[in-house]
Each structure stands twice: as structure tokens, then as C-alpha cells.
Design a protein around this ligand. Structure first.
Ligand SMILES: Nc1ncnc2c1ncn2[C@@H]1O[C@H](COP(=O)(O)OP(=O)(O)OP(=O)(O)O)[C@@H](O)[C@H]1O
Ligand SMILES: [Mg+2]
Length: 377
């Protein structure tokens, strides 16, 4: 019964059956594609599971339609350990595009053969890009710029290309390490800023958690002007409805979802895309089964909440201390707990139950460790 296969995809980077909303964000990206001189790059940011990776994937074909070449990858922490490793990352990502491009031809006289000399073509593969990096005199910045310039020269001479987009997901992993005298993040930013000023159409698209943009600005204040920040939010009611209903409607043998089930799912998910996929995956199976037995179906709210607790929250929750849990409870009582809040608000809220109150430094320290644990941003 292939046609009944569950279409919903709760999982990191899995394309949903229907990507709802995101028109404004897509238009913003299309606007950036129109730049001849790159004045603005893009930061695509938002909480875990809000849909950064899947949106990034859908921007890719848009860019190629408009004549842009797209290179990129996920940025692991190790890619951002040293200046050398970020350079390796960029060479690796450029090489699939540049390796077929012939950059020089040499005539070689073959010794011992009376025949004609042969022509050897040199292309710009990974090794050649690395050689440019190594042999360019100067600092890492000079070297990296030389690589990017050579790559652009080759790409633009081979095809009619508008420019190159360097798209990096999980870019919050980028960091400078002053204790080790390594500044890979600053290197990346300096290289692109300098080449863009020279008029090269090389654009950065960085996707990552909400700490990404502050990290960029911390490293280089010019980032405030260099990036257009697109903040992905949960889906509106209308778009949540689409994300839930459309996949049901596309299955000819599955009855449409009734209004009250739809409301329940929207309410439970809060419009949060990962939860929509998660809940709908469960609901779909239950509904298909009921429908087969010709029974009335309803959303199994308790079971789904239970499953979310064990599958999604319990591992993170288990790693928290008693005191951290107290702090999280206090935060959850703030009116803006799922947006921005201040340490002062936390302290004031915690004083309402004096036995559980937190001092400023106390809260500050704990917020830092909760952030490292991925529980808050
Ligand atoms: N616009 C959307 N409509 C419907 N479902 C969506 C939408 N955006 C994302 N999803 C679903 O939400 C889930 C999370 O998406 P994705 O992995 O892209 O999030 P993310 O922001 O990259 O998360 P992370 O920070 O963990 O990398 C996936 O299951 C995806 O199918
Ligand atoms: Mg992602």
C-alpha cells in the first residue's frame, strides 16, 4: 500500500512533504541575488528545528536559476579550529566546481619519442587550490584571498556565472580561538569583506542558531552592515494549517483532516515546524488505521505528548541539575520565555518564591552552562 506511506518527516534537514510559509524569507534572498556588488550577505537564523536547513536547500535551485553557482557544507567545529582548516574547507567546497576548468596548457616534449610534443592541460582541482594557498606569500588572509580570486577567475572565464554563493549551515560553530592564536572566523569574514569591496561577486549565506549573528559581530563589528539577518520564526496559523493539511489532501485514499483535529495539532505544535512533522507523523498512522477499520479517528494527544517527552526532551532534561531545573521553571514563567528575556527579569521572577531565588551572577553562570548544553539560547 505504497500510496499510504506516511509523508511526514520529523528529522534534522529532512524536506517536509509541504514546505509552508517562508515566502518573505525567500523573497529577501532573491533580492540579495540581484546585487551586482555584494553589499549584503545573509544570515539565516532561528531556534533548533525551525527549518533553517530545509529552507537553505530550497534556496539552492533558486540561486542556480538566477545564474549563481552554489558551494557549501555543514560547518563542524573542527572546520573552524584553525585558519588552515577553514581554508581547507573552502578549497574542498570549491573544487567540485573548479576541477574541470582548464587554467593553463603546457606543451611537453616527450623524451625518447620522435613524435610530436603533447599538450598537457592543467585544471584547478583541490591540489591546485591548495598549492595556491601554500605558495602565496603573506598571511593566511592573503593566501585565502588568492585562492578565492583564482577560483573566481576560473569559474567566470569558463561559464557565464553571476557569482558564487558560499552557503554554510551550522555556522554557529565558527569561532576564533585567541588562546591558540587562531582566528578562522575573522579570517573568513575579512577575506569576503575585502574581495567584495574589490567587486568580486562572492556571497556568504550562513545558517545557524540565534547565537550566530552575535558571534559574527563580536569577531568583526563590520558584520552589522555586512549581513542581512533573516530570523525564522514558528509558522503562522495559516501556514501551520497548510503544513498539516496539504500532505493529507495529496493522498487520494486518505480522508481530509477534520477542523477539530487540525486545531488540536496547531495548538499542540505552537506552529513549530519540527513538532508539526512529529505530531502529524503519529496522527497520520492512527488516522489511516482507524479509517481502514471504518472507525472515527481523533488525535491521540496524551500519547503524542508522552512520546515527545521521551523522544525529544528527556535526554536533555536528564542532563540538567536540580538547580538548573529550578532556573528553567523560573524562566518558563516569564511572559517572553520563548523569545528574549533578561537576567533581571529572571531574578525578579525568582524572588516570588524566595526559597528559590537566584542572584545575578548565579543566574548568569547557569545561563552560560544551559546554553552550552543546548537548552537555551
Ligand atoms: N516550512 C516548513 N513547513 C513544514 N515543515 C517544516 C518547515 N520547515 C521545517 N520543517 C520540518 O521541521 C523539521 C526541522 O527542520 P530543519 O532540520 O530544517 O530545522 P533546523 O532549523 O535546520 O534545525 P537545527 O537547528 O536542528 O539544524 C524537519 O522535520 C522539517 O521537515
Ligand atoms: Mg539544521
Amino acid at each position: 500500500m505504497i500510496e499510504l506511506a506516511n509523508p511526514f518527516r520529523p528529522g534534522a534537514g529532512h524536506q517536509p512533504p509541504h514546505l509552508a510559509g517562508r515566502q518573505a524569507e525567500t523573497e529577501e534572498f532573491t533580492r540579495l541575488l540581484k546585487q551586482n556588488t555584494i553589499l549584503e550577505n545573509m544570515v539565516l537564523t532561528g531556534l533548533r528545528g525551525v527549518g533553517k536547513t530545509v529552507l537553505l536547500e530550497t534556496l539552492k535551485p533558486l540561486a542556480s536559476e538566477k545564474g549563481w553557482v552554489w558551494v557549501g557544507a555543514d560547518l563542524s567545529e573542527s572546520a573552524s579550529l584553525t585558519e588552515e582548516s577553514i581554508a581547507t574547507r573552502l578549497c574542498t567546497d570549491l573544487s567540485p566546481i573548479t576541477f574541470p576548468i582548464v587554467v593553463s596548457k603546457k606543451q611537453i616534449n616527450r623524451i625518447g619519442f620522435a613524435s610530436q610534443p603533447v599538450t598537457r592541460e592543467e585544471t584547478l582541482g583541490y591540489q591546485q587550490l591548495r598549492l595556491i594557498y601554500e605558495h602565496t606569500p603573506g598571511l593566511a588572509l592573503d593566501k585565502l584571498k588568492a585562492v578565492l580570486e583564482s577560483a573566481w577567475l576560473a569559474i567566470s572565464s569558463a561559464n557565464s556565472t553571476r557569482g558564487v554563493i558560499f552557503a554554510y549551515d551550522e555556522a554557529q560553530n565558527l569561532a576564533d580561538h585567541s588562546e591558540k592564536d587562531e582566528f578562522p572566523l575573522s579570517l573568513l569574514l575579512d577575506a569576503f569583506q575585502s574581495l567584495q569591496r574589490k567587486g568580486l561577486p562572492l556571497m556568504l549565506v550562513l545558517a545557524g542558531l540565534p547565537n550566530l549573528f552575535p558571534k559574527l559581530v563580536d569577531a568583526r563589528t563590520f558584520c552589522e552592515r555586512m549581513f542581512r539577518v533573516v530570523f525564522l520564526e514558528s509558522l503562522s496559523r495559516k501556514h501551520s494549517q497548510e503544513a498539516i493539511q496539504k500532505p493529507f489532501q495529496r493522498k487520494p485514499n486518505v480522508p481530509p483532516l477534520d477542523e477539530s483535529s487540525l486545531d488540536t495539532i496547531i495548538g499542540m505544535s505552537g506552529g513549530y515546524p519540527y513538532f508539526i512533522q512529529f505530531i502529524c507523523r503519529e496522527v497520520y498512522d492512527v488516522f489511516v488505521q482507524c479509517w481502514r477499520r471504518e472507525e472515527a479517528a481523533s488525535v491521540p494527544v496524551r500519547e503524542i505528548q508522552q512520546k515527545l517527552d521521551t523522544d525529544f526532551f528527556s535526554a536533555r532534561w536528564a542532563r540538567t541539575t536540580e538547580r538548573q531545573r529550578d532556573l528553567l521553571f523560573v524562566i518558563s514563567r516569564l511572559p517572553d520565555c520563548d523569545r528574549e528575556f533578561t537576567v533581571r527579569e529572571i531574578i525578579e521572577e525568582s524572588r516570588k518564591a524566595p526559597e528559590n531565588s537566584f542572584s545575578g551572577s548565579n543566574a548568569n553562570q547557569m545561563l552560560a552552562s544551559l546554553t552550552r548544553q543546548g537548552l537555551i539560547f
